[in-house]
Design a protein around this ligand. Structure first.
Ligand code: GLC
Length: 788
């Protein structure tokens, strides 16, 4: 039986959770794009500024996905009876009523216990790098109560690798200046590496905690607050009489504020608390920054500005299909997830300790955001463009705090940049962007265009034994890292991807009059297609790669991993073969990799470590890249299905990938955002369990799969190409989309219930020829598309 833990609010803008006891902490990200706070539905979580590895603020519990034992907890104590509970419900767990609402960048929790109603709100406002908490209480009992209210935050400042390795040593470097409303803390040990380094100096940021009501006590000493042999479930500072005032001790830094209040029947009480960053570059004294957070109006103004900001950003694209789940996802949650990915790359989630914001991932996140905000996308492309080397190599990571990075051995990375820039240029027509010069990681600078070309050059001229590009230390599939480590292994997927990227850059090369090079690239693409068809076709699907010793990977007859997904999907996207073969590829994918939740990466999963393939074979069978239902790769396949005009198939797969289509009591993770994968059929009883939530390229590809390939409005340099591929039961659907300063209102009609094909297109009531809408001539255009 499926348990109902929550549902979307009617307008889809909130996910409402009815119980604190969800199968996993269900989280949200609260952010202004710089300061980032993760918050579970019970207020667990941690925070950081821009880069979690180097700018930690609130501390993370290493088992957060299960225990959720650090966070923004509010303890309440009845001073008469001595009873203690938490307004968040967890970690103590006592409650009469509970409701949590995750919205766009905020989390609210309403709970009650013994007639005390609590209302908590957490968000990060746009104008300051601070998380803002509001605690509101109401006494609905018949007697006046003496309560103590305690807010608890635990800190891990700066470079968290040290904290994770040696917490007490790390804590020795904290310095705290107390004031009546809170404190300002600094940290005197920081180094620009993840892992210990001698190259240290004080962290340049400071962190403040302040409140709108002077607390009766403030303590920053963790051991004094918790007491020995205790934890967040029973802190001595709350349960006992004794809570020390001030800073002291050499244990970790906490921020605990205590307010003693009297609440008459019916009376309410509120306090706001801010925890945020003071940047030395602001040129002000910390106190000046902090003071404004001692006024409640700051919090309310910030709340208003926050909501307006996101409503504006999310409104650039809106769809209405006959499927409500798709609409909610597309119009609200997918977009929100996209922005979280866009700002923080593969930062920490509750499952993953987090890594650097990867080049490949960042480019795909930009690709997702382009239709929503060209300005943000452009700024990010500029930033990413700074992570290239003269020879066309790219770094693995694109950090946001100005650190140097080394070249990566993942061979596909530079090509993702080409894909994202080409898409940005189609969206904006901002061709001059190609001429912008950006510094190189090694020395000198090069233009955006040169970076794109150099990235292609690296791969286009390589030829392994079959004439395909070398796979080196891995391509899209991070965990297939040993296939070509000896320098001979080749990637079929990379060959396909390269062909696609050459198509993407071709119109730009025309504009740059780079004809000779383009002819060479196109010749190479033709050659690659020939090789792939002649040497990599296994009868019903394409081989995935060739190992160093020349043996193919992903072929019939292998016991494990006989079919891999991406070399089928990208054969379609890159138009590698004739339609019959491409359709056979899609059929094979569904037949061998199809599950009710999406598609697995490969089948069957590997059960023994194989040194000729790599890490992927070390994962448990059915998990991660080793045969899990991998949402990211599945979302590429939605695109491929739509390209082949298989509208029903595309929408069907889209629906299967939707988190809301899964049963929460088995799927376990959030039903309102995509997770990287759920366990595959080879995972036994765990099959279907979701994991690695939030930070995944799925967000970008699902979004674009719907807008550009299913609804089928795809920007080109000189207009919008219309090519819908839908579920034939969709009789009509609409989309609003901004394009080149104009708003387009699309209405699609499908009177004959077809899957694809366009009979007529009316632009502002004028029938147009063909399927390309010309560039806009006014601020708003109405487009009616009749399918058939
Ligand atoms: C993760 C990585 C992504 C990679 C994929 C497959 O999602 O972030 O870069 O392509 O796994 O390995």
């Amino acid at each position: 039986m499926t348990v109902n833990f929550g549902e979307f609010s009617e307008d889809g803008r909130e996910y409402v959770i009815h119980t604190p006891n969800t199968p996993r902490p269900w989280i949200n990200y609260l952010t202004n794009g710089d300061y980032c706070a993760l918050s579970s539905h019970v207020g667990g979580g941690f925070s950081f500024f821009r880069d979690h590895r180097f700018n930690g603020v609130l501390k993370r519990d290493l088992q957060q996905s299960q225990n959720d034992l650090t966070g923004r907890f509010v303890y309440l104590k009845d001073e008469e009876s001595g009873e203690v509970w938490t307004a968040n419900v967890h970690p103590i767990g006592k409650f009469d009523t509970f409701e949590a609402r995750h919205g766009i960048g905020y989390t609210r929790i309403k709970s009650s216990y013994n007639h005390i109603f609590a209302n908590l709100r957490y968000f990060v406002g746009p104008e300051a790098d601070a998380e803002l908490w509001t605690i509101h209480l109401e006494n609905r009992s018949h007697k006046t109560l003496s309560l103590s209210v305690y807010s608890l935050a635990e800190f891990s400042l700066g470079n968290i690798s040290l904290y994770e390795g040696d917490v007490n040593f790390h804590s020795l470097f904290n310095k705290v200046e107390m004031n009546e409303y809170g404190f300002v803390a600094s940290h005197n040990l920081w180094f620009p590496k993840y892992g210990w380094s001698e190259d240290s100096h004080p962290w340049k940021h400071r962190v403040f905690l302040t409140t709108t009501q002077r607390p009766d006590k403030i303590t920053t000493d963790r051991s004094a607050f918790f007491g020995p042999f205790r934890s967040v479930v029973n802190p001595r500072g709350v349960e006992g009489e004794y809570l020390p005032q001030g800073s002291g001790g050499c244990t970790e830094l906490v921020g605990v504020c205590q307010w003693r209040i009297q609440l008459a029947p019916g009376a309410v009480w509120s306090v706001n608390e801010a925890i945020g960053m003071y940047h030395a570059s602001a040129g002000k004294e910390p106190q000046q920054i902090v003071e404004k957070f001692q006024f409640s109006t700051t919090y309310e103004n910030s709340w208003k500005a926050h909501n307006e900001h996101w409503a504006r950003l999310l409104s650039s694209v809106e769809v209405e299909t006959p499927d409500l789940d798709i609409n909610i996802m597309m119009n609200v949650w997918n977009k929100w997830q996209l922005f979280v990915n866009f700002y923080f790359g593969r930062a920490p989630s509750y499952f993953h300790k987090g890594q650097y914001p990867g080049m490949r991932d960042c480019c795909q996140d930009v690709f997702g955001v382009i239709p929503l905000s060209r300005d943000l996308a452009k700024a990010n492309l500029r930033r990413i463009g700074g992570f290239f080397f003269r020879d066309g190599q790219a770094t693995g990571g694109c950090n946001r705090i100005g650190l140097k990075e080394d070249p990566s051995l993942k061979v596909d990375l530079p090509l993702w940049f080409v894909l994202a820039v080409a898409d940005y240029l189609r969206e904006t027509g901002d061709i001059d962007f190609l001429n912008e010069s950006l510094p190189l990681m090694d020395e000198g600078s090069s233009t955006i265009y040169e970076k794109m070309i150099m990235g292609i050059e690296r791969i286009v001229r390589q030829q392994g034994p079959h004439g395909l590009p070398l796979i080196g230390k891995g391509d899209w599939n991070d965990a297939a890292n040993a296939v070509g480590e000896k320098g001979q292994g080749e990637s079929v997927w990379l060959a396909e991807f390269l062909c696609h990227v050459i198509c993407e850059i071709a119109p730009l090369m025309h504009l740059k009059n780079d004809a000779a090079k383009l002819i060479f690239y196109e010749k190479r693409a033709k050659e690659l297609k020939k090789i792939i068809n002649a040497q990599c076709w296994d009868g019903e699907w394409f081989v995935r790669a060739f190992r160093d010793d020349g043996r193919p990977l992903g072929v019939k007859g292998e016991k494990e991993g006989y079919i891999w997904i991406n070399s089928q999907t990208w054969a379609v996207i890159a138009d590698i073969a004739d339609a019959e073969r491409l359709n056979t590829c899609l059929d094979s994918v569904e037949k061998h990799l199809g599950t009710p939740y999406g598609l697995t990466n490969l089948a069957p999963a590997y059960t023994k470590y194989d040194h000729t393939i790599g890490l992927i074979t070390g994962f448990k069978a059915g998990w991660k890249e080793n045969g899990a239902v991998f949402s990211h790769a599945s979302s590429f396949n939605v695109v491929a299905r739509a390209i082949m005009g298989r509208g029903w198939d595309a929408v069907d797969l889209f629906r299967r990938i939707l988190p809301s289509s899964k049963e929460s009591d088995h799927y376990l993770v959030e039903p309102y955002i995509y997770s990287q994968f759920c366990a595959g059929p080879d995972a036994g009883a765990a099959y279907g369990q979701g994991a690695y939530h939030w930070l995944t390229g799925t967000a970008a590809w699902m979004f674009r799969a719907m807008t550009d390939y299913i609804i089928g409005v795809h920007p080109e340099l000189y207009g919008l190409r219309i090519r819908p591929a839908v579920d034939p039961s969709w009789k009509s659907f609409t989309m609003k989309r901004l394009f080149r300063e104009a708003t387009y209102m699309f209405r699609f009609e499908n009177p004959d219930g077809v899957e694809t094909g366009v009979r007529q297109i009316y632009l502002d009531d004028q029938l147009i020829d063909g399927t390309l809408l010309p560039l806009p001539t006014q601020k708003q255009h109405h487009v009616r598309v009749v399918m058939g």
